[in-house]
Design a protein around this ligand. Structure first.
Ligand code: NAD
Length: 262
């Protein structure tokens, strides 16, 4: 029997990129999956049906917007309506906006903090009472190397990701003897739509082309000139959900090609 058979996982922002890789890894271990995210309805249905076919587990979808607490609570309610429980919560949804701090649009600041930080607070608050009642749960927060170090032009993102590590530590301490662990992953570069947009913006500004900008994006921050994959991140989340990881809690885990080693 797969290690997560009978468990239910809600993965926020899993209609694309890293979240979809995490959902696939947990489904491969037998967990029922609540996919979540925004985007083209047909593409989301194709992803949902493909995951269900490949894994044999039930896969449902929520399209709640996480920019408000009410939206986050609607997503958790959607998961409860579809499955009756949430055992694993992966707070993965995130957005990026880049601008110098003095020019950073106020609305963009609010959106980045809401989706990358406040949504994890609201989702953890709404999803953990059931985990406590059942004596088992896993919360995994997808932070970033930018949860540990800063970069220019990313004030809201870096602030949100540092905040997410703080939230992770407090939740880990509060839930220490409940059967729930709370950890954070700090990935370096992963080639997803979020990063492809940054590479395309750099290529448009410099005129040097996507390949050249991809190489310099990697080399500026990471000693290792290689992207981490959504599958590798999914494997680490699956390990955190295993029994072997039962005493790992409150940890910021770098998976970043050496970005934060220096
Ligand atoms: P992505 O753009 O591919 O996916 C983001 C997901 O979040 C999508 O499913 C999208 O629908 C959802 N989302 C965005 N805004 C939303 C909103 N208002 N309400 C609900 N859902 C919303 O991004 P990704 O690269 O896969 O990033 C996933 C997570 O990993 C993010 O938290 C990101 O900060 C983090 N991360 C990414 C990288 C990287 O290099 N790609 C590195 C470190 C950390």
């Amino acid at each position: 029997m797969a290690s997560l058979t009978g468990r239910i996982a809600l993965v926020t922002g899993s209609t694309s990129g890293i979240g979809l890789g995490i959902a696939a890894a947990l489904a491969a271990e037998g967990a029922g999956i609540m996919l979540h995210g925004l985007g083209d309805a047909q593409a989301i249905e194709t992803a949902r049906a493909g995951l269900e076919r490949a894994s044999g587990v039930q896969v449902a979808v929520s399209g709640a917007d996480l920019r408000s607490g009410a939206g986050v609570r609607r997503m958790v309610a959607d998961a409860h309506a579809a499955f009756g429980r949430i055992d694993i919560l992966v707070n993965n949804a995130g957005i990026q906006v880049t601008a110098d701090l003095v020019d950073f649009p106020d609305e963009a600041w609010d959106d980045v903090i809401a989706v990358n930080l406040s949504a994890a607070f609201h989702a953890t608050k709404a999803a953990t009472p059931g985990m406590v009642a059942r004596g088992w749960g896993r919360v995994v927060n997808i932070a970033s190397a930018h949860g540990l170090v800063g970069s220019a032009r990313k004030s809201a993102y870096v602030a949100a990701k540092h905040g997410l590590l703080g939230l992770t530590k407090v939740a880990a301490i509060e839930f220490a003897n409940t059967g729930i662990t709370v950890n954070a992953l700090c990935p370096g570069w992963v080639l997803t739509p979020l990063v492809a947009a940054q590479i395309e913006a750099r290529a448009a500004a410099s005129g040097r082309g996507v390949a050249a900008e991809t190489a310099s994006l990697l080399s500026e921050k990471q000693p290792m000139a290689e992207f981490t994959t959504p599958e590798q991140i999914g494997a680490l989340v699956a390990f955190l959900c295993s029994d072997q990881a039962r005493t790992m809690t409150g940890a910021p885990l770098a998976i970043d090609g050496g970005w934060t080693a220096g």
